[in-house]
Design a protein around this ligand. Sequence first.
Ligand code: MV4
Length: 465
Amino acid sequence: MFKRILIANRGEIALRVIRAAKTLGIETVCVYSTADAGAPWIEHADQSVCIGPGPSPQSYLRIDRIIAAAEVTHADAIHPGYGFLSENAHFAEVCRDSGFEFIGPSPEAMALLGDKVSCKKMARKVGTPVFPGTEEAIEDIEEAVKVADEIGYPVIVKAAAGGGGRGMRVARDVDQLRTGIESARQEALAAFGNGSVYIEKFLEHARHFEVQTIGDKHGNAVHLYERDCSSQRRHQKLIEEAPSPGVDPVKRRQVCESAAELIRSAKYSGAATVEFLMDAKQNFYMLEVNTRVQVEHPVTEMITGIDIVREMICVSAGQPLSMKQEDIKVNGHAIECRINAEDPDRGFMPQAGLIETFVAPGGPGVRLDTHARPGYRIPPNYDSMIGKLIVHGPDRKTAIARLKVALDEFKIGPVRTTIPLHRRLMENADFANGTFDIHYVERLLKADETAKSEAAARSAKDTKA
Ligand code: MV4
């Protein structure tokens, strides 16, 4: 087992990795930027090293400085968390070449599953369901037009290196397809330095379903069931839950097993998430694979009782997986709300500044993963997520009831957060019934906007009268 690991990340996930390491008796090293000097999670680490100024290209994205910090502190391994360098195969390779274990997949497995074209090819081979479409990156537009005619419109053009909704174009006819391929290619080239694009059938009203998997270095891989992540706005998830409500148990088992098979075939070690869209008839189609630990991993931990981050460290150190598929059971239901320092009344504008009030919720089944506390000053440089409220219960209804109470107890100020929005989403009928799709949050926000402007128009008229 490792003696000491370095955490190449910040915030709640840095704290999460420190906690997992401590339970294994492993020492921890934090790297931090000057904007994070004195930040709460750093106190929990055994050592810390400043790696540069606030902007992440000058600190959390500086591979050379992170490696230097690992060298001077004699770390054995590096945990990348999520975001930053976590899905950078070059970083994984530099870690390996510098003699540090990267706590995640090999650079080869990361590159294979990180490229959406090679990932989809692998999925087809092992029987993981995918959307019909081009099997290779598009070389010739006429070839793509032919494929689109075969599968039928609408189709979607996607970037092989894409993610988070960038480099995507929906095409409803051949003209839109021709312009879509060109503009998606341009956008992908600018954003990822890779203009490779492909097309597939576009699904209109989908639910977002993702399977948590984990593999070891001995060829074993298991799935930890799925999460529903349909509650999102502009590709930013707001609420995640496990299990996915209303899914047929037989279909669930099939898709989860096919996700584990994909990971196994890729000789993948570490945690991975296989993303799917689900249609109204509960047909599944793989979208992509995330080769890191995800923000929403706690909902899976709550229903399975498995410490995913601890398991990641153990498999990275060469241990076989600590569990067999048949031992992994689903217990109850868990829901996570992302607490972002954003103002939902002002277009979700990020809120930096001092947290004066911070009253944490508690009670049965309540878990709070956060680095924030009273007196914590949110720097303006990073992601606005300041914590995650996760609630577990014996069933979905109980989990929602507990979550409502926890959201009412949770007080943060004067910085604005997404807590009031979560309270409202809990009252939404689609959410309550589990009958939502990936657009319901945006529909609700739009209805709010319309109601607000109508009310403003009415009051202007009343003033006149
Ligand atoms: C799709 C799709 C419909 N059909 N692919 C968006 C982000 C990227 N990971 C994949 N995305 C989508 N791919 C096909 N064939 C709709 C989306 C999509 C979406 C997916 C998951 C969560 C939210 C979304 C919001 C808009 C579009």
